[in-house]
Design a protein around this ligand. Structure first.
Ligand code: FAD
Length: 472
């Protein structure tokens, strides 16, 4: 938000008392505001489909770059685009930026050394005491991060709207020209030169008709989901991230608790107790719910309820029997269920397991990644979450560019990559790196008065390098 907008926003907030008083007096006088009459609909005889009549939707804004989703990827995309002077808007369904960082309560921030905006963010967190460095597990403070992101958006001139769900892309002659959103203001359109899909699930790209692979090719199943939760009063466990599988199983056995962990043997994966910078708090990565579809409303509801039940009925019961932390209490379950995997959109290149294992480099690379492929078990009793060793590798711009439509990029965990490769690049430092590359590409397209699919990936790489992005 620029200074002028911020001032008018503050003035609006100050005069709100007046507005409320005016509204009350209008109501008292029986004044009713005219509302548009609902558009005509018909319901078919089988009551299975509703047909909506054509309707007029107001255009709420027109921007150069529209970023859908304000998670790690969307944050990178927006800061990069606005930093280059593009008029940039982010629409986000939560009342906060950060996605899994904040609404998902995850920690640590893996792969924080990608350069440019990723490192600027880390510097800001360091300056505000919201960061604790660690060679393997660098952690941040969730509340400091929420505030820092809003400040950085304000300083960079990124506009952002909370509590809006992006519903559909506006596609004309194979070009995405904007999206429809739904929020408290009703249904609105936003027009854009480039739309960047940073929803994690590729919602906009899928609805624009971009083909995708869901989960793994063999059966379409995705990695399990996890609801993170935060506990207070865990001083005795110290500042290191801990694999707590053994202390949990010991506590269950020693106390003859009639509970089973939701998975079989997990020697290398969760459960983890992660200590953010603030003392006495632990972020717990432990619940697992299996074979749900993150793009299905009913599945998402069932998965959320099941994961929250695991927190209360399994993990809290076991943790309360662990010597030294018996008195810990649940601070909160994450507002958003953690989704590891859903759609892999089809781009001009599909990054695969061989690329990751061979440490492949690309002329049109936009980010590098060194994180091992961390595939959590698809079925609870799979023997272990398997890790494919990754040599540091690069991701080409082509993985962000759809084959079939123009005016659209996708970035973050939904880019064009295989089930195995995704299990490496899905970590947040890499996703923010992918976002900043998409944002710069969109800004370059704005300057060149073209669409991002026309941007030369090698020129993009050079432009990223010039701005401090680190390649292999
Ligand atoms: C349980 C769990 C633990 C993890 N642990 C770690 C870890 O320790 N370290 C690490 O680096 N990575 C970790 N990851 C991976 C990482 O969290 C994700 O892969 C990463 O957050 C992906 O970033 P993203 O921006 O693409 O998606 P997200 O973080 O999911 O952000 C997407 C954003 O888009 C918004 N959105 C989605 N759809 C719409 C829509 N239609 N309209 C409007 N807004 C929308 C969402 O509200 C959200 O803010 C973990 C993942 C999970 C699930």
């Amino acid at each position: 938000m620029d200074r002028r907008r911020f001032l008018s926003f503050s003035a609006g907030a100050i005069s709100m008392g007046y507005c409320q008083a005016a509204a009350r007096s209008e109501a008292a006088e029986g004044a009713v505001k005219a509302v548009p009459s609902p558009s005509k609909v018909t319901i078919d005889a089988a009551r299975s489909v509703v047909e909506e009549a054509p309707r007029q939707t107001p255009v709420a804004d027109s921007v150069d770059v529209l970023v859908v989703g304000g998670g790690p990827t969307g944050v990178g995309a927006a800061l990069a685009a606005a930093g280059e002077g593009a008029k940039t808007l982010v629409v986000e369904r939560h009342g906060m930026l950060g996605g899994m960082w904040t609404a998902g309560l995850l920690n640590p921030l893996f792969e924080p050394l990608r350069g440019w905006w990723v490192e600027r963010l880390v510097e800001r967190l360091q300056q505000s005491g919201g960061w604790r460095d660690h060679p393997k597990f660098p952690v941040f403070d969730t509340e400091v991060l929420k505030y820092t992101l809003e400040q950085m958006f304000g300083e960079s001139g990124v506009d952002f709207w909370y509590h809006v769900q992006a519903t559909d892309p506006l596609v004309i002659d194979g070009r995405v020209c904007g999206i429809l959103i739904e929020g408290k203001s009703g249904r609105e359109a936003v027009l854009a030169g480039t739309v960047i899909d940073c929803t994690g699930d590729g919602d906009i790209a899928a609805r624009a008709g971009v083909p995708f692979q869901f989960g793994r090719p063999v059966d379409g199943l995705a990695q399990p989901m996890t609801m993170m939760f935060e506990v207070e009063g865990v001083e005795s466990l110290g500042p290191e991230t801990q694999n707590i599988l053994k202390i949990l199983t010991d506590a269950i056995e020693a106390n003859h608790l009639p509970i089973r962990l939701p998975y079989g043997k997990r020697p290398r994966g969760a459960p983890y107790l992660i200590p953010p910078p603030a003392k006495g708090i632990g972020a717990v990565q432990a619940t697992h719910v299996y074979r749900y579809n993150a793009t299905d409303t009913r599945d998402l509801t069932r998965a959320t309820v099941e994961a929250r039940a695991q927190v209360h009925e399994i993990f809290l019961k076991a943790l309360r029997k662990v010597p030294g932390i018996e008195k810990m209490r649940l601070a909160q379950t994450a507002p958003s269920l953690g989704i590891r995997e859903s759609r892999h959109m089809e781009g001009r290149y599909l990054l695969n397991a061989e690329d990751v294992m061979a440490g492949r480099r690309f002329d049109d690379a936009v980010v590098s990644c060194a994180f091992g492929c961390d595939i959590h078990e698809i079925y609870p009793d799979d023997q272990l979450a398997h890790r494919i060793p990754a040599k540091p590798f690069e991701i080409p711009y082509r993985c962000l560019v759809p084959k079939s439509v123009r005016g659209l990029l996708f970035a973050g965990r939904c880019i064009s990559g295989s089930h195995e490769a995704h299990a490496s690049y899905r970590v947040t430092g890499t996703c923010m790196g992918l976002g900043q590359a998409a944002g710069l590409a969109a800004a370059m397209a704005t300057t060149a008065r073209t669409t991002p699919d026309e941007i030369d990936g090698r020129e993009l790489r050079a432009a990223l390098e010039k701005r401090g992005v680190k390649f292999l």
